[in-house]
Ligand binder design. Structure first.
Ligand SMILES: CC(C)(COP(=O)(O)OP(=O)(O)OC[C@H]1O[C@@H](n2cnc3c(N)ncnc32)[C@H](O)[C@@H]1OP(=O)(O)O)[C@@H](O)C(=O)NCCC(=O)NCCS
Length: 135
């Protein structure tokens, strides 16, 4: 059953200016694997923006807020050989998902030159999911 749903959209130009102007932003928000992928692309800000949207969507899906102690790098967007993205959770975010009985996290990304978006679905295969839907 679905125990969480989240979505987010953001402007690529805003991400580009954050990356340009805020020292430490990139390393505080993105993991080394995410940075390697984005920096290897022709327009890195596009891919950073999509990954940022995925993190926001994940936080909405698990019902996190600023007080939950969740960290950006605890929701890591990796890539399968086909190009399909997947999210790996770490630390307190992983623990929160475990409390919600999440067995699988589904994520999809999309971007244009102006906008990036992501949607996350949390699935529980256990009999009584403790989650709730958000988005
Ligand atoms: C994979 C594909 C769907 C991406 O679509 P797109 O319009 O080029 O790009 P979008 O902005 O919508 O999505 C890009 C994201 O798709 C995701 N993606 C890439 N390959 C994927 C795959 N095999 N499965 C799921 N998601 C995939 C990635 O997360 C990518 O973002 P990232 O590079 O930052 O990680 C597209 O390239 C494709 O292969 N389509 C197959 C159908 C086709 O060939 N159509 C053309 C004939 S009309």
């Amino acid at each position: 059953m679905i125990v969480g749903l989240g979505t987010d959209v953001l402007e690529v130009a805003r991400m580009a200016s954050e990356l340009r102007e805020r020292t430490g932003f990139r390393d505080a928000v993105f993991t080394p694997a995410e940075i390697t992928y984005c920096e290897g692309m022709r327009y890195p800000a596009l891919h950073y923006a999509a990954r940022f949207a995925a993190k926001e969507a994940l936080f909405k899906a698990v019902g996190a807020n600023a007080q939950s102690g969740m960290r950006w790098r605890e929701a890591e967007v990796l890539r399968e050989e086909s190009g399909r993205p997947r999210i790996v959770l770490h630390g307190s975010t992983r623990e929160l998902a475990e409390r919600l009985t999440v067995d699988e996290v589904f994520v999809t990304l999309a971007h244009t030159a102006e906008l990036a978006s992501a949607t996350v679905v949390l699935e529980s295969r256990r009999e009584s999911g403790a989650g709730r839907q958000r988005g």
